[in-house]
Structure formats: structure tokens, C-alpha cells
Design a protein around this ligand. Structure first.
Ligand SMILES: *[C@@H]1O[C@H](CO)[C@@H](O)[C@H](O)[C@H]1NC(C)=O
Length: 251
């Protein structure tokens, strides 16, 4: 019996090896088969989070298990656009134990117990002011505050920031886009920091949040890459803290 099966076993091993060799290389990443092969062949995978691959720090592709439903087309399109435009990515997707429809009242309305102006204040910003949201399909508001800029031996120890937020909510997703003009740092008139919070429902009692970040340059500066890096670090840390505190708040 065992002797007769041995050739079959080695044939099986050979076939498996051939199949494995013919799969696209994924640099040791668990590959569930939902990424397009053509994408995989042209990328250099650099960082792996739980269920997300960050590729050359540019797009984020989600690897989904077979059981999860595909997000709807509109959401996918938005995600693709954000991934294309927002080159400085700061946060992987996070699940919040909160119904999608409750996010606004908990975090966005001016009477929210955990509003953005309050969060700024609780961290380290001073003189935080905010207008009310405007009415309309796309709502907006303007926040102003003083933000500390650390241990510079020269120059100001804080900067004025004007942050304009616009909010768009549909049944399938919500985007909160924040555009910050940082007034008192070198090259400050040449760039804006723009970040987008993207939220979508996952189930009746949970939603998923992602944050995208970009530095938009309008003119030449020799310190572009320094500003890019420090923005990535600081704003990434800021959003990381926001997610951490939100999760704590929702417990
Ligand atoms: C800074 O970041 C922006 C936005 O991602 C990018 O377009 C630009 O090329 C970057 N510049 C440098 C010098 O890193």
C-alpha cells in the first residue's frame, strides 16, 4: 500500500511546488488572492499591517478574506482616488465599535462630547476657536488655534493654524476633509496640509475609519522633504492619538 502510494505522493509534492512557484512573489506576505496579479508584479511591498499592505508608501491595498463582502463601487472609487492623491499615508484602517449613523453626533456636531475643537484643546493647542458648521449638502467650518512647534532654539515656539473642515456624508460613507494653513513656520505660505478621514459602515454596530494625508505645495521650497517628513510624523501621530482616544472613549 505505502510503497504503491509513494510515487503519487512525490507527484503531489512536485505539482504543489510548481503551482507555488508560478504564483506571483509576495515577499513573504500572506496573499489571499484578492489583489490583482498585475498589481502584484509591479510593486515593491515595503510595509505590512494586519490586513493592509503599504506599497512604496503610495497606495494602500486591502487584502480581504473571502468571507468579507466587497465594499460597494462608490466606496471603492473614493478609496482609489484618495490612495492616488494622498501620497503621505498615516494610518491603517481601524474598526470603531460604533454605528456609522452615530459618528456625527458623537464626534462632529458642535455639542459632541468628543468634538475636534475639544480634542485640539485637550492635546496642547491654545485659543481654540471654531465656527458652526455651514448648512448645505457639503458642510464646512473654520477652526483657529495656536499649536506648539517644539524645541526650536530660534523662531517662535508656537504657530497660528487655520484649519478648514468640510464634511460630506452619504448613506455609504463619510469624508471629513481638513485643510490646515500653518502660519508661522518656514515656507508656510508655500504649502497646505490636507487630511481626509474616511468612514464607512461595517455592520449595524461598527464602522471603519481611515485617514489619508497630503502636503500640497504651491511653490518652490528647499525644505519640502523636511516639511513632508515632519508633517507625516506629527500629523500621523496626531491622528494616531485621536484614534486611540476615540477607542478609549467608546469603551
Ligand atoms: C512632498 O510631498 C508631496 C505630497 O505627497 C509630494 O508631491 C512631493 O513630491 C514631496 N516632496 C518631497 C521633496 O519629498
Amino acid at each position: 500500500m505505502m510503497i504503491r502510494d509513494a510515487p503519487l505522493a512525490s507527484l503531489f509534492v512536485l505539482l504543489t511546488t510548481l503551482i507555488l512557484l508560478s504564483l506571483p512573489s509576495t515577499n513573504g506576505i500572506r496573499y489571499f488572492g484578492h489583489l490583482e496579479d498585475s498589481i502584484l508584479q509591479n510593486i515593491d511591498v515595503t510595509t505590512v499591517y494586519d490586513d493592509v499592505v503599504v506599497i512604496n508608501r503610495v497606495p494602500v491595498y486591502e487584502i480581504r478574506g473571502g468571507s468579507q463582502a466587497e465594499p460597494d463601487e462608490a466606496f471603492k472609487r473614493i478609496l482609489r482616488d484618495l490612495q492616488k492623491t494622498y501620497k503621505i499615508i498615516s494610518l491603517p484602517p481601524t474598526t470603531l465599535p460604533l454605528p456609522f449613523t452615530s459618528f456625527h453626533s458623537k464626534f462632529l456636531s458642535s455639542s459632541s462630547p468628543f468634538s475636534f475643537p475639544k480634542f485640539h484643546e485637550n492635546l496642547e493647542d491654545k485659543n481654540v476657536e471654531s465656527t458652526e458648521w455651514t448648512d448645505g449638502p457639503s458642510m464646512s467650518r473654520v477652526m483657529k488655534f495656536l499649536h506648539p512647534i517644539g524645541k526650536n532654539p530660534v523662531g517662535p515656539s508656537e504657530t497660528r493654524v487655520t484649519k478648514t473642515q468640510t464634511l460630506l456624508q452619504t448613506p455609504t460613507h463619510l469624508t471629513l476633509t481638513s485643510t490646515s494653513q500653518i502660519h508661522d513656520v518656514p515656507s508656510s505660505s508655500s504649502f497646505l496640509v490636507r487630511d481626509v478621514l474616511l468612514l464607512r459602515p461595517l455592520s449595524d454596530s461598527s464602522c471603519e475609519v481611515r485617514v489619508f494625508l497630503n502636503v500640497e505645495w504651491s511653490s518652490f521650497s528647499v525644505i519640502k522633504s523636511i516639511v513632508n517628513k515632519s508633517t507625516e510624523r506629527d500629523v500621523g501621530k496626531w491622528w494616531g492619538k485621536w484614534v486611540e482616544d476615540v477607542l478609549e472613549f467608546l469603551k
